[in-house]
Structures are given as C-alpha cells and as structure tokens.
Design a protein around this ligand. Structure first.
Ligand SMILES: Cc1cc2nc3c(=O)[nH]c(=O)nc-3n(C[C@H](O)[C@H](O)[C@H](O)COP(=O)(O)OP(=O)(O)OC[C@H]3O[C@@H](n4cnc5c(N)ncnc54)[C@H](O)[C@@H]3O)c2cc1C
Length: 422
C-alpha cells in the first residue's frame, strides 16, 4: 500500500486525502488547526464551486450540504463607469453546470472529523521545512497543500508563469444575511438566483454570491476587489466586519447605487464572517528538494495561486485532485521521484491550470476586442450569454476565441445561428 503524506487540511489537501483513501492508499494528513479551531476562526475565503468541481466531492460522498446550499443558477454582470452608471449588462444561465458556495469553515471542519472515520491518519501540527524532512523519509510521496501558508516559500517562484510582482487587488469579503439578499429571486431584474458581478472602471469589482454557513444557514457573500489606491480601496483600516459593512454601504452607494437597497437591514452572519488583505498571485515550481535530497510536491494554491476575481482557486484544486489521484494510481509501485512530480504537474498545467491562470489574469484587465465582441453579443442574445458563463466551469473552454477576434465572431455566429435555426 502506497504511503502518502499531505500537508494542509484545506480544499486541495483534504479532497486529495479522501480521494487517495478511496483508492486504497495509506494517507497521513498534517494540518495546523483542529476541526474546532477551523469552525471558530475567521472566514478564509468565499469560494463558489461549479458543477464539475462539485462532482469530485459528490463522487467521494463528501457533499454533506448539497440539499442546504442554495444553487447559483447563473450570472448577472454589470459593467459600470467610474460614476456607477451601467454601460453594459450581460446575463447567462449555468444550466446543468450551476454551482454552490459553502463556508470553508463549515466544510473543512466537517471533513477533518470525517477523515479519521474513513481510515486516514490526522495530525494537528504546523509543519516546518525541517519537519518535511522527517515526513518525507517516512512516506512514498509527500505533497504540500498549505495554501498561502508561509511554508509555500519553500517552492521557488516560476518567473515565466507568474506575471504579478505586487497584489493586483486589495480584497475585502463578508458573509451577510438580510431580507434583500436571500431567496430565489433576490434581484428583481434577474430571472434566476444569480452570482452578481459588477466591474467598475477604475475602481475594481464587487461580487455577491448565494452562500451557506453553519452559523446562519442561507446567506450571501460579498467580495470587493479594489484596485489599490482607487476609489473602492477603503476597507483595509477597518477593525472588524461591522466597520467593513459600513464601508461597503458607502462604496455601493457611490459605485453601484441601484444595489444599495439590498443592504437594507443586512447584518454579518457572525462576528468572524469577514476577511481583508492582499497577496501576490504566484505560480511556483512544483518540486521542492530537501537538504537530504528527498523531494516534495506543491499542490493547490501552494502551486498555482490566482487572484479570486474569476472564482477559480477551489475549482482548480478540485481539477488538480482528480488529475493527481489518477496519476498516483497509474504510477503503480514505481517511485514518486522528481521527474514524476515534474511531469505530473506539467501535464496538469498544460491541460488545465495555464488556462485558469490566463483567464484570471485577463479579468484583472479591461477586456480585449474578442471578449468585447462576445459580451456585446451576449447582452443581446441569451444563448451567447449562457455559453459565456458556462465556460467558468472550465476556463479552458474560453479558448481559442478569448484571444482571437475571428474565433470570437465564429463563437457568436454559431450560437446566434443555432437560435435562428431552433
Ligand atoms: C476572498 C476569496 C474568495 C475566493 N473565492 C473563490 C471562488 O469563488 N471560487 C474558487 O474556486 N476559489 C475561490 N477562492 C480561492 C480558494 O479559497 C482557494 O483557492 C482554495 O481554498 C485553495 O485550496 P488549498 O487547499 O490550496 O488551500 P487552503 O484551502 O487555503 O488550505 C490550506 C490549508 O493548509 C493549512 N496550513 C497552512 N500552512 C500549514 C503548515 N505549515 N502546516 C500545516 N498546515 C498548514 C491551512 O491552515 C489550511 O487549512 C477565493 C479566495 C479568497 C481569498
């Protein structure tokens, strides 16, 4: 039986751990906080996962909240000028690719309890680079899924694949409950339960998603992605979530005024339902060599860390877990050496992560002509809007047209012709 050690009890580490237990491996998972500590901490993220990522969790019987979490049925996007006026609106339904957003505190705490029940060995310990040496010596394969944890610095930055040297956005997120935020049709002009996106020229983006947390049940996440030093960038001095909510009302009043009434009587779901900060999106070399010569592999955000603007980090982790679990099984009894780690990551990068990263980075900049062509058509023709939004499930599907005007025109023509023919 292959002996696998995983560092980090988050989306990538836990999901891979369960997947490998399911495939008959012996799995030890080291993480720095107990289930109880995770449950009683601040929110780490506001992650929405699309259907094909949720499928990985469903297949492993980890979808304990499937019937509780409201589905995000589609997206409603307003592109606004600096004064908040709407220049372009695009709507699209996700159809069978709809997804869900669940509080990671709720999810990871429950999964940490489940892990030993399925035969995994759970060790609550903040792993250092020195600890990695001992863990790697006792394991056939050691993988680091420590997210943005400091230990990720052990893996060298890949300068060719990392385009950022400073944080592109300053983030502020909250979980809110309130009469204008919940239910099937919270936005009157949207005929489904939307992921609500606002792109505001010169200021940044403001998103709200249908959400679920153990502290209050159904709620909504609100995420501000502020361009540093721009007019939205006002959250970083806030001392708690209540101050952040006050600032949020001011920002929405100025930059998306027609949304302000949704905040009437809104409150935080709990005192820990907020986060703020910034980070440099970074792609790392997947193989780290320890002083002894043993190698360990980076996965999840430790390997590919993107800005949350495209909502892809947890989705990328789920896609990577599927790829890794298959690759580990296919290896049979051969050693998990540096060449295997490198090749395994390269295949994933080439097939998937490069598209996720490029799509995310594209959203951080004003759209180019191909995207504007598709968005313009999407604002008029619902099938184009639906097709655009459905690509979020797997950003690879944005290619080739996202970078090629002729392909973009063809993408539009095919969808509008389909409609005429129907
Ligand atoms: C505001 C925000 C919004 C987001 N929205 C979305 C979204 O809509 N959709 C989406 O797909 N993604 C989203 N993401 C990204 C997503 O949350 C992450 O990409 C995902 O959680 C990464 O999984 P991971 O396992 O790599 O890291 P994490 O989930 O961060 O898990 C890492 C774990 O390792 C532990 N750890 C760290 N250091 C050590 C150590 N030394 N020893 C032991 N344990 C350690 C941590 O405590 C943590 O439990 C968002 C992120 C943010 C910040």
């Amino acid at each position: 039986m292959r002996k696998i050690s995983i560092i980090g009890g988050g989306q990538a580490g836990l999901l891979l751990g369960f997947s490998l237990l399911d495939k008959g491996c012996s799995v030890s998972l080291y993480t720095d906080r107990s289930a109880e500590q995770v449950l009683n901490s601040r929110i780490p993220s506001t992650a929405f996962m699309f259907d094909s990522s949720l499928a990985v969790e469903r297949e492993l019987g980890l979808n304990f909240w499937e019937d509780l979490v409201p589905f995000g049925e589609g997206m409603h996007v307003d592109f606004r000028g600096p004064d908040g006026s709407i220049g372009l609106t695009v709507q699209g339904r996700l159809g069978n690719l709809q997804g869900q957003a669940l509080d990671q505190r709720t999810k990871f705490a429950r999964w940490l309890q489940e892990f030993p029940l399925r035969g995994g060995k759970l060790i609550i310990h903040a792993v250092s680079v020195a600890d990695l040496e001992k863990i790697a010596a006792e394991s056939d394969l050691t993988m680091v899924a420590a997210g943005k944890g400091q230990i990720n610095a052990f893996f060298a930055r890949d300068d060719e694949r990392s385009i950022h040297t400073v944080p592109p956005r300053r983030l502020a997120a909250m979980l809110l409950t309130g009469p204008g935020l919940l239910g099937d049709r919270p936005w009157k002009r949207v005929p489904f339960r939307p992921l609500r996106f606002n792109f505001i020229a010169g200021a940044g983006e403001y998103f709200t998603l249908p959400f679920y947390t153990h502290t209050r049940g159904e709620c909504r996440s609100v995420l501000f992605e502020a361009i540093p030093d721009g007019p939205m960038d006002r959250f970083q001095d806030a001392r708690d979530g209540h101050e952040m909510l006050d600032i949020a009302r001011q920002v929405v009043a100025e930059l998306a005024p027609d949304d302000l009434h949704h905040f009437d009587d809104a409150t935080l779901t709990d005192d820990d339902a907020w986060l703020k900060g910034s980070f440099v999106p970074t792609v790392r070399k997947p193989v780290g060599r320890l002083p002894s010569g043993a190698c360990v592999m980076a996965i999840g955000d430790t390997a590919v860390l993107n800005d949350p603007i495209a909502g892809q980090g947890s989705n990328n982790a789920a896609r990577m877990v599927r790829h890794l679990a298959d690759s580990i099984v296919a290896r049979g009894n051969a050693p998990f050496d540096a060449a295997w780690m490198h090749d395994t990551f390269e295949r994933f990068w080439n097939d998937s992560a490069q598209y996720t990263t490029a799509f995310t980075n594209a959203l951080l900049n004003p759209p180019g002509e191909p995207v504007m062509t598709v968005l313009g058509a999407a604002s008029q023709h619902p099938p184009v809007g639906d097709a655009f939004m459905r690509c979020f499930d797997n950003p690879r599907n944005y290619w080739p047209w996202i970078a090629d005007l002729d392909e973009a025109r063809r993408f539009v023509a095919e969808r509008t012709e389909e409609r005429c023919a129907a």
